[in-house]
Ligand binder design. Structure first.
Ligand code: ASP
Ligand code: MG
Length: 440
């Protein structure tokens, strides 16, 4: 049984951080370690691609060399044996001459994805060489041999399960496997990725594929917090969340976890634990199929929301109106987050306003429409059983001085959402911190 441990860009961000990983990964527990690229690398690779797209070869070459130099500096601090340093130098030369080759060639989205994959290939190999140098046995599993997405960009779990197990089984008796986060192949076998920040997703997919006892996401924060520490003075980490609660929080802005990330683990009922590299003994936040304690556990906010108010006399006592409205959003592949209705009007919110103009045009054919931009959804999450009184009241009481544009309650028993004007977000989060968690 292998655990899955994922470490993000800052955890491999320097020679010292790579060395520090040993304490967290080298022990008797069999595991797969999933690594991101060193922090800043993927951003630099994106910039290199942008230069290549705009055919600014001189700039691209400069950016490539700057990044390469950074790696040369890090490896000098990382390895003390000449043989490891030599190996690492060759590795860096190989990856960077691969990238440089694109300055002479055609450049399309496919080449971009191949370039973006280099960061994780480098970080995992450098860690593997470091373990080798200190005489720790480990196996580098090439993610491109088993990570697959299908035509809809969804992970192909059956494929991944078959091929990752095949890879693992080649190394009987080994306890420490290392692999790349983020990168994969698509349905055509081309190099692709799981979108920015996708390493968490990799960990969850692998955890599901191998039916791991637990997936651990290691960061520099002690788990998920009850409120946004950048905005309110006092917060506390949450020790347990159900999958549904965690999904709401991740979707509505708790930055620590990618929203889609836990889905694969949830589907196969694999617990996900958020752990802190600075406090490894702490329990962190456990996300699992749990019957967590009743009550409000956390709040999170999501900015950049557009509210659309749709009013029609035809809605009064009529059926089919909402269907007509929803069809318009479907036509433009725009998903709706919050909905509230009255007898003659419906308000809803979207976070993707790419097709707003077209949507409004179509809506206006069947109704009167008003929009409010720059709104914020504040989401209050917990176990809030429908047969228990008081939760909505608590929230509304805490927010009594703040104008609420929309309120949504009853959609599920673990969420109450309110919509406020974006410039009231901080006030709302502070008011909730006081009213719900007694923090001043
Ligand atoms: N390296 C990728 C990124 O920066 C994936 C990740 O770190 O999760 O987006
Ligand atoms: Mg990340």
């Amino acid at each position: 049984m292998l655990l899955v441990l994922k470490f993000g860009g800052t955890s491999v961000g320097s020679a010292q951080r790579i060395k520090d990983l040993v304490k967290l990964t080298v022990n008797d527990t069999p595991k797969i370690v999933v690594l991101s690229a060193m922090s800043g690398t993927t951003n630099s690779l994106v910039e290199i691609c942008n230069s290549l797209y705009s055919k600014n070869i001189e700039q691209a070459t400069k950016q490539i060399n700057t990044l390469k130099e950074k790696y040369f500096t890090e490896i000098k601090a990382l390895y003390s044996k000449e043989t490891s340093l030599e190996k690492a130098k060759n590795l860096i030369e190989n990856h960077f001459s691969y990238i440089t080759a694109f300055t002479l060639d055609m450049f399309t989205a496919n080449e971009e994805k191949a370039i973006l994959a280099q960061g994780e290939l480098l970080s995992t190999a450098l860690f593997h060489y470091y373990l080798e140098e200190i005489n720790v046995e480990s196996v580098l599993l090439p993610a491109l041999n088993f990570m697959r997405i299908d035509e809809n960009d969804e992970p192909n779990i059956e494929y991944i399960e078959k091929y990752i197990l095949e890879e693992i089984n080649k190394h009987k008796g080994q306890k420490l496997f290392i692999t790349q986060g983020y990168i994969c192949r698509n349905a055509f076998g081309e190099i692709d990725n799981l979108k920015r920040g996708g390493s968490d997703y990799t960990a969850s997919i692998i955890g599901a594929a191998i039916r791991s006892p637990e997936v651990q996401i290691w960061t520099d924060i002690d788990g998920m917090h009850n409120n946004d520490p950048r905005i309110v003075n006092k917060t506390h980490p949450i020790s347990e969340l159900s999958f549904d609660e965690a999904a709401e929080l991740a979707y509505f802005g708790a930055k620590i976890l990618h929203p889609t990330c836990i889905l694969p683990a949830q589907k196969r009922n694999i617990p996900v634990r958020l752990k802190n590299t600075m406090q490894p003994e702490a329990n962190g936040t456990l996300i699992a199929n749990l019957n967590t304690k009743e009550g409000i556990k956390a709040v999170a906010a999501k900015d950049g929301i557009t509210a659309i108010n749709i009013k029609s006399d035809r809605m009064l006592l009529a059926h089919g109106f909402l269907r007509a409205v929803f069809e318009i959003f479907e036509r433009y592949k725009t998903s709706i987050d919050m909905i509230t209705t009255s007898e003659v009007a419906v308000s809803l919110t979207i976070d993707n306003s790419k097709n707003l103009k077209e949507i409004l045009k179509d809506l206006k054919e069947i109704s009167q429409v008003e929009i409010d931009e720059d709104q914020t959804i504040i989401c209050i999450v917990g176990q809030l059983p429908k047969d228990q009184p008081g939760y909505a009241n608590k929230v509304l009481e805490a927010l009594k001085d703040i104008p609420l544009r929309m309120v949504s309650y009853g959609g599920s028993s673990h969420n109450i959402s309110v919509l406020v004007n974006g410039n009231l977000k901080n006030d709302a989060l502070k008011a909730l911190n006081k009213g719900l968690f007694n923090y001043n």
